[in-house]
Design a protein. Sequence first.
Length: 252
Amino acid sequence: MATTDRTAVSATRGEVPEAFDEVADRYDLMVALNPGYHAHLRHSARALVAGLVPGLGSRVVDLGCGSGASTRALVDELNRAGVRAEVLGVDGSSGMLAQAATKSWPSWVRFEQGRAEALEEVCADAGFQPLDGVFAAYLLRNVPDRDALLRSLHDLLRPGGTLVVHEYSVAGRPVAEAVWTAVCRGVVVPLGWLTSRRTRLYHYLWRSVMDMDPVETVMRRMVDAGFEDVRTRSVRGWQNGIVHTFHGRRPA
Ligand SMILES: C[S@@+](CC[C@H](N)C(=O)[O-])C[C@H]1O[C@@H](n2cnc3c(N)ncnc32)[C@H](O)[C@@H]1O
């Protein structure tokens, strides 16, 4: 079994859920200090809900749901659009799920611990198949084999089902890279230290975003995995050009 070196300066991709355990009780505070975080999640959740058929009782997975910020965005957008759904939040971090469990949720929302790479088993065990939608907010960057994950999400979706990935991407955009680096050095890492006395995950955050695929590569990966109607849009605010919504649909 892989062990986590808690003294390392930065986490590695494979151990990200364990690294989130260390900061789980401070995560909501960190994102509350990030202007636009919740509004941007709702913006991406809206793109997912727009692909669901109202009245049919859709099954939606929030993959990498963490402490429930993205789940809340999904719930709000489903309610706003009047779409009937069941939502399953899945995350590899028990600490982040414990935070989600402290919140109040409608009866049609539940949570399971599991790795994104094992989503098929998690959904089978939970009797949650086939899927009408998958929302993956700040998850794809952390998964070692992105192509394999996208292929598995394509296969888990019913024909016509929608995937929305909400993710950072700055590669090939010098201004976005410079803004991201300045914000991490000047705000994110110091705030991480102040709120949790830890910086390992926040160093990883900077590095992993710098190493993330360019927008065009994410789109190509989605097309190669079998998705159609692949499109992207960036969010507003200082994260414009840094955080993006990627939409794809499994062909009907
Ligand atoms: C930045 S948080 C985002 C949480 C939530 N989606 C939000 O928008 O606030 C990323 C989450 O993905 C989870 N995660 C990262 N890699 C994962 C993997 N391979 N399988 C399952 N969860 C993973 C982490 O545990 C963490 O809770």
